[in-house]
Design a protein around this ligand. Sequence first.
Ligand SMILES: [Cu+2]
Length: 119
Amino acid sequence: MVQMARRTHGRIRGWTTDGLALILGLSLGGSLAWASVPVVHQRNKVFDPGRVEIPRGESVQFTNEDPFIHHLYIESPNFTYDSGDQRPGRMIRITFDQPGEYVLKCAIHLKMQLEISVK
Ligand SMILES: [Cu+2]
């Protein structure tokens, strides 16, 4: 899985999506800081990358690049989240205000897991 995340192909896709996020952020009146939000791709029923570390108060953006629905959720003692249906192409941002180690899962694809470390 680590090797997949390091493929050049993955990097190019990442740049493209960041560019799109920048354009969307500007068109929505957002600041340039919007583009610096870490992006996690959902592709082939895998989170890429499989782990992210962010400072407290920051957001992570998720992009469904699969041709089918995902459903993100977090169940933790100090933070719960449920995205509902995440249709293909839909971007979701989740903000983490509490420090801790979180596991983000997909309610549809049970093997999909992402570790999120909030410092
Ligand atoms: Cu899924």
